[in-house]
Design a binder for this molecule. Structure first.
Ligand SMILES: [Zn+2]
Length: 426
């Protein structure tokens, strides 16, 4: 359902009665306030929120009414860790040899729409193939395809044999020795060049893999894979271009090097110890916990044939640990942003992370803030999105019932609005 064209047509006709969208919301969670407000009308006109009023305003001629009186209206959601151009399956390892750029690009279009319809209007894409998240971002921004706003890292940066070395597991006859352009660094010089290449590629942010990871075809899922000097060189170069840096890190030593090296977010953080927590609090480093990915790999690993023999033991070990780490980090006061690593788990299931966060001890309202106003501020987008207030963009999501009582309603989004377009209506 795309009403953007119609709204634009009405605007061009110069009519005094331009159609607004009136959302009658039984409850509004605005992304910043401590409490929800009941029985509100939120008015969106020409893509912006122009009024928030108590009660249900009567529509003027031509206005569209969204009846969410049985539900809750929230700001469009943020997922700070996705991979929009892929989705893991039993065939992923062999697909790597078979897929071309166009396959990956088309998959990205499908997954982007699925993500938007699940209520996620902004995502950070932390690593793709063929830099496909960048043209996808551009196509969404220009209105060619529906999808969330993408803050794109492009190709992740790793070291040789490291978690994001794209040639892991290849037979030696392929003679693969990728360098900074393909996201593989082995020195401070390489680190600088890799960041500058991402600037040239059109990336918005930088992703490094500071330790081993679960799904790479490699034995170790948590060892440090970059020196602190290399990480620091990435971070210092990134600053020259206005990039923030996200570090994939499971093991404690790699987490510490990344935090001391100056990264902005730690992704997964699985084997975070007390010293990691202390350092992150001192430095103000954010934690993007991706409990969904841990749960998903653990579940798949119950099938002895799902993963390759190198991957399965890592999945069994990392899975349950992330939930425990989340609880520990939250209680200790580490700053947490909502992120799922979707693309490991299925696109469109992103909101399941809310339940895992609440199960991990975070109150529902805080989990919602970690997916709205907090990431908007982190990404310097809080002048436009991340909360429901007059003047912000009309990027809005509706769920049935009350997420403060049952957080799983976040998994059943019934209303999505972005770009002055209603993509899903109750
Ligand atoms: Zn990831």
């Amino acid at each position: 359902m795309r009403s953007g064209g119609l709204a634009l047509a009405l605007l061009l006709l110069g009519g005094a009665t331009q159609a607004a969208t009136l959302i009658h919301a039984g409850r509004v969670i605005d992304g910043v306030s401590a409490a929800a407000k009941n029985n509100q009308t939120v008015v969106v006109d020409a893509g912006k929120i122009v009024a928030i009023e108590p009660g249900y305003r009567e529509p003027a001629a031509g206005d569209r009414v969204i009846d969410l009186r049985q539900g809750t209206l929230l700001p469009g959601l943020f997922d700070m860790h996705v991979h929009l151009t892929s989705e893991h399956s039993k065939h992923s390892e062999i697909d790597d040899y078979k897929l071309n750029e166009a396959d990956v690009a088309i998959d990205g279009v499908v997954y982007a729409e699925r993500t938007l319809l699940a209520g996620f209007t902004t995502v950070r894409d932390l690593g793709d193939e063929y830099r496909a998240s960048i043209p996808l971002r551009n196509a969404i921004n220009s209105g060619k395809v529906p999808g969330p706003r993408i803050v794109a890292a492009g190709k992740s940066i790793a070291s040789t044999g490291g978690h994001a070395d794209p040639t892991n597991g290849w037979a030696r006859k392929f003679q693969a020795d990728p360098g900074p352009e393909d996201g593989v660094i082995n020195s401070v010089e390489d680190a600088r060049k890799a960041v500058r290449q991402r600037y040239k590629d059109g990336s918005d942010t930088i992703k490094i893999t500071a330790t081993g990871g679960v799904l790479s075809i490699a034995k170790n899922g948590s060892n440090p894979q970059m020196t602190e000097e290399e990480i620091h060189a990435v971070v210092m170069t990134a600053r020259d271009y206005g990039f923030k840096v996200a570090a994939h890190a499971h093991g404690a030593e790699g987490i510490k090097r990344a935090v001391r090296g100056g990264v902005d977010t730690i992704e997964h953080g699985t084997f975070m110890d007390d010293e990691c927590i202390k350092l992150m609090k001192e430095r103000g480093t954010f934690y993007v916990s991706t409990i969904s990915a841990g749960e998903w790999v653990f579940r798949q690993a119950q099938d002895p044939d799902y993963f390759s023999p190198l991957v399965r033991p890592k999945a069994l070990q990392v899975g349950p640990q992330i939930q425990a780490t989340f609880t520990k980090a939250y209680k200790a006061g580490v700053k947490i942003l909502f992120g799922t690593d979707t693309g490991v788990s299925k696109h469109g299931d992103n909101a399941h992370e809310f339940k895992l966060m609440v199960d991990g001890g975070m109150p529902p309202m805080e989990a919602i803030r970690a997916a709205t106003s907090a990431p908007a501020k982190f990404l310097d987008l809080d002048d436009k999105v991340g909360s429901i207030s007059v003047g912000k963009l009309g990027e809005l999501v509706g769920v049935p019932g009350n997420p403060l009582e049952d957080i799983t309603v976040m998994e059943r989004v019934v209303f999505v609005m972005k770009d002055n377009t209603v993509y899903k209506a109750p």
